[in-house]
Design a protein around this ligand. Structure first.
Ligand code: PBG
Length: 323
């Protein structure tokens, strides 16, 4: 590398045209995935207080949001269900007539160009709010695998392109892969939330999905925020079990993990810019402390630069409209 004064980094920063020519990372609308919260009913739209612009909607209203996303060029949508009734095992999760399953069928029919991903987890469906069945106050890993498989299978029957387990049980990818394959859904992909941290940044989501644990927390199954090498073990385990793509979550505070997963596996990597990341940007912008659009785009570009191939973000439609 040449030295100053031969090397002058500023030469290529002088104009937008020069900067565009040498830009290393690009963000495209097709790389964004919009999360939505669906529940039973009609013409229903309930704003989530801690997430401006985000609502729980009935399937008909969700379709309006999905149309706007597709029109903006957004690549995909990820569905979370808010059931009317919850029980100890979360049985509404595999109800073929549930809001998520109905939403998948409607999306496949009306907006076939959007990739449809379903979140597979028990926490929205259990009355205790944990991501699996409880035994002696702890989530019973192996008993939960069967329930997750039922939910994933029900999403596949509805027509989901990708199922995304977010529960952090050990062995769930293997269990889900074998039940999908055993039922003729070998073509359905698995995006595993492979490195999902026990994060305080999920706070607003739990209001949106009505999924806060009634007692205790999720540290017994989600990852400790201090761990990076363990994230690689989690990711490799999921890949060995058959994950087609892996996700790191949250995104912004865990960009080192995103970079490492991409570099060390070469697999498709997703990153989830979670509810707390979204809420912080919205709140600061609302106070006039930061410029919302620029911070939004910069946060997404940073996640791409770290190595994410695609990003799950509540900003998906808004950002896509700017691209
Ligand atoms: C379900 C799940 C959570 C999120 C995605 N799937 C919540 C949690 O683990 O508590 C968080 C998403 C967000 O904060 O935007 N287990």
């Amino acid at each position: 590398m040449s030295e100053f004064p031969q090397y002058r980094a500023r030469r290529l920063r002088r104009t937008a045209a020069l900067r565009n020519l040498v830009r290393e990372t690009h963000l495209a609308a097709t790389q964004l995935v919009l999360p939505v919260f669906v529940r039973d009913g009609e013409k229903l739209r309930r704003a989530v207080q801690s997430m401006p612009g985000v609502s729980q909607t009935s399937v008909d209203e969700m379709l309006r949001d999905a149309e706007a996303a597709a029109k903006a060029g957004v690549g995909g949508i990820i569905l979370f269900g808010v059931p009317e009734t919850k029980d100890a095992s979360g049985s509404a999760a595999w109800d073929d007539k549930g809001a998520v399953q109905t939403a998948v069928r409607a999306l496949k029919q009306e907006i076939p160009e959007l990739v449809v991903i379903t979140d597979v987890c028990m926490c929205e469906y259990t009355d205790h709010g944990h991501c699996g069945v409880l035994r002696d106050g702890e989530v019973d890993n192996d008993a939960t695998l069967e329930l997750l498989s039922r939910a994933a299978l029900s999403h596949a029957r509805a027509g989901a392109d990708i199922v995304a387990p977010s529960d952090m049980m050990d062995g769930r990818v293997k269990a889900i892969r074998s039940s999908l394959d055993g039922s003729g859904f070998g073509q359905v992909s698995i995006l595993s939330y492979a490195a999902k941290y026990a994060s305080a940044f999920y706070g607003p989501f739990r209001e949106a999905a009505e999924s806060a644990p009634q007692t205790g927390d999720r540290r017994g199954y989600q990852m400790d925020p201090g761990n990076a090498r363990e994230a690689m073990r989690e990711v490799l385990a999921d890949i060995n079990e058959g994950a087609d793509a892996v996700m790191v979550k949250p995104a912004g505070p865990y960009l080192d993990i995103v970079a490492r997963v991409k570099a060390e596996t070469g697999y498709p990597v997703a990153a989830y810019q979670v509810s707390g990341e979204y809420a912080m940007i919205c709140a600061a912008a609302d106070r006039g402390w930061i410029e919302k659009d620029r911070v939004m785009m910069e946060s997404l570009l940073g996640i791409r630069r770290a190595g994410a191939d695609f990003i799950v973000t509540y900003f998906a439609t808004e950002a896509a409209n700017q691209l």
